[in-house]
Design a protein around this ligand. Structure first.
Ligand SMILES: [Fe+2]
Length: 324
């Protein structure tokens, strides 16, 4: 019964995907596609985007400087070279929250990307639309002293310090655009969750080999001091070579350190593994939920480090467990 009922929809999705996409316009979302719901904040216009960057005060600038200094005490020797070079090229350490206009001008010259201010997390289809047009939506607000160590919503430090430097790398910049385009297809197959897992395990929490050693390129790791050490040197988490099919079937945690990190050989490897993949076939074969737990090690894995999971077994965030 289910098979027969689902076949016409798969055929529809394939047919729809054969049509050329207009990436300049917002993607059309059909009623059966779930995208992140969002309430418009009172201070934001009806287009949901803030055309102007927030005016930061001196305390905001000081918070940026302190966060920057803290990360620079941890990242040299741990972050991938493209990230550290990107920080230099964009002069992100010159003091205070960077101006998006200046940043976009520099980035535009290097890879054609720009940075656009957004008030908070934006709906998936709007996010894909920006990426497909080489625009990175960056959170406008900056955390406070009270949330200095951990915030769940991405702020300007996470987005600009963590994500933007890598957009100076031509191959990674192309990967990000292709990811936005891939969102169109994922929406048609109703597989946003699977595509989200790929983003999570690459753009947010990815590691990459440099001279045979894992280095960090994921923005979620780059923008916090604890995970930068835990991801590379911790005994608890698994470190496994990236396999796109497997990752898109793997659950993840959004409010704690990761039980597993996936490692790529290079940005060229990441681009090849995703852009040259037959996503139609993959989406047709994916189930509704995730197949693998976030701590699982499975037969096909190329394992660099099999984690003890001690941190998580002791209770993770909110317990007294040390991130070891
Ligand atoms: Fe992020």
């Amino acid at each position: 019964m289910t098979d027969i009922a689902e076949k016409p929809r798969e055929a529809d999705a394939r047919e729809a995907d054969d049509r050329p996409h207009d990436f300049s316009a917002l993607p059309v979302v059909s009623n059966d596609v779930y995208t992140a719901p969002l309430k418009r904040p009172a201070h934001v216009g009806e287009d949901w985007l803030e055309p102007q960057q927030t005016q930061y005060d001196s305390e905001d600038d000081k918070i940026w400087d302190d966060l920057f200094a803290r990360q620079m005490g941890v990242l040299p020797g741990r972050a991938c070279s493209a990230m550290l070079e990107g920080l230099e090229k964009l002069d992100l350490g010159k003091g205070g929250v960077p101006d998006f206009g200046e940043l976009s001008e520099e980035l535009g010259k290097l890879t054609g990307w720009s940075v656009v201010p957004v008030p908070m997390l934006i709906p998936d289809h709007v996010f894909f639309w920006h990426l497909a047009n080489r625009r990175f939506p960056a959170g406008n607000f900056i955390r406070t002293r009270e949330t200095f160590d951990y915030i769940q919503e991405p702020d300007v430090f996470h987005d600009v310090f963590g994500h933007v430097p890598l957009l100076t790398d031509p191959t990674f910049a192309d990967y990000m655009q292709e990811y936005g385009r891939a969102g169109w297809k994922a929406m048609r197959y109703n597989k946003l969750k699977a595509l989200g897992a790929l983003y999570w395990y690459t753009v947010e929490f990815g590691l990459m080999l440099e001279a045979g050693e894992p280095r960090i390129y994921g923005a979620g790791i780059l923008s916090g001091p604890t995970e930068a050490i835990f991801a590379l040197e911790g005994e608890s988490p698994n470190r496994i070579m990236l396999n796109v099919d497997r990752v898109m079937r793997t659950d993840y945690v959004i409010d704690d350190l990761q039980p597993t990190y996936f490692v790529i050989e290079s940005f060229e490897d990441l681009y090849r593994q995703t852009v040259e993949r037959d996503f139609d076939r993959l989406y047709r074969n994916l189930g509704a939920g995730f197949t693998y737990a976030n701590s699982a090690v499975i037969d096909v894995d190329n394992v660099l480090h099999r984690g003890t999971q001690e941190y998580f077994l002791r209770g993770g965030r909110g317990s007294s467990a040390k991130p070891v």
